[in-house]
Design a protein around this ligand. Structure first.
Ligand SMILES: [Zn+2]
Ligand SMILES: [Zn+2]
Length: 279
């Protein structure tokens, strides 16, 4: 009996070791506002990493973090791809993105066409080759989601209106990116999505498959009943970490508005979360 127990324990240890050896765990590294990096093995992707406008209420990247990003030093060495949610100053700076692609020639960029057009007007003739690494997505509201891929990444994109729908910001191409790293870990970045189920109900089957291991909704999904319902019943992420948190909201849950106390939020640049791909 003891022999059997030992074998069982050895088997468990073996499997646990095997999984970590294969690198099944991923890590999300918070930058600022909706900027973050997801890392799985050697694969690294960034969402909304470069922006200049805090609008007086959101975090900007700390100086050292920004320098490391441009220089391509740890943890921002070997970044494979960047995803931009939308062309707003608290998510995207076209001139800085041109500069980053110029200085880091192995990074590919995925962005809505509005953002790509803004980058073209910030670039010079000598930057023409750089746009070979820029993949613009052109999606209208209610278009079916699109799928793209590159080595190590399966990429899906759908346009979900910016918050303010149906009266404001209707022209903004806000893209929700669902990305699977190394056929193992799936994450969802939502930009400034509007938390109304009508946008998600139309693609119910799309949301029902490939449920993310971790979603990064703007924090207002947690403080609205329909936002919580979308996260639970459409997106079905195993875990969600809220982003776009105003600086007035404390990193200490106890000191937050009551409706946000029970949720996980990214509030401190450099903080991380483990993403478990175990089912
Ligand atoms: Zn926005
Ligand atoms: Zn925003």
């Amino acid at each position: 009996m003891h022999q059997k127990l030992l074998q069982t324990l050895a088997g468990l240890a073996c499997c646990t070791f095997g999984m970590s050896a294969l690198g099944h765990d991923s890590t999300a590294h918070y930058m600022a506002n909706e900027g973050l990096m997801v890392e799985h093995g050697d694969t690294k992707i960034l969402f909304d990493p470069l922006f200049r406008n805090s609008y007086g209420q959101y975090l900007l990247l700390p100086e050292e973090m920004e320098q490391a990003l441009f220089a391509g030093v740890a943890p921002y060495d070997g970044v494979d791809a960047i995803f931009v949610s939308h062309h707003h100053g608290d998510h995207f700076s076209p001139g800085d993105m041109v500069r980053l692609l110029r200085e880091q020639p192995n990074i590919k960029l995925y962005a809505p066409n509005q953002a790509v057009i803004a980058m073209r007007s910030e670039s010079s003739n000598s930057d023409a080759d750089l746009f070979d690494r820029v993949i613009g997505v052109s999606l209208e509201y209610k278009d079916a989601p699109v799928a793209l891929s590159m080595e190590g990444l399966q990429i899906e994109a759908v346009r979900i209106p910016h918050s303010g729908w149906p009266t404001g910001r209707l022209d903004v191409e806000n893209i929700v990116w669902r990305v699977t790293l190394n056929e193992d870990t799936t994450v969802l970045h939502m930009g400034d999505a509007d938390p109304n189920d009508v946008h998600f109900a139309r693609d119910a089957q799309y949301w029902n498959r490939n449920n993310p291991h971790m979603a990064f909704p703007p924090y207002w999904f947690f403080s609205s009943a329909s936002g919580r319902d979308i996260l639970s019943n459409r997106i079905k992420a195993k875990r969600s970490v809220g982003v776009h948190v105003p600086v007035t909201i404390s990193s200490d849950p106890i000191r937050r508005p009551a409706e946000l106390r029970g949720f996980d939020l990214f509030t401190i640049p450099g903080e991380t979360r483990k993403i478990s791909a175990e089912d």
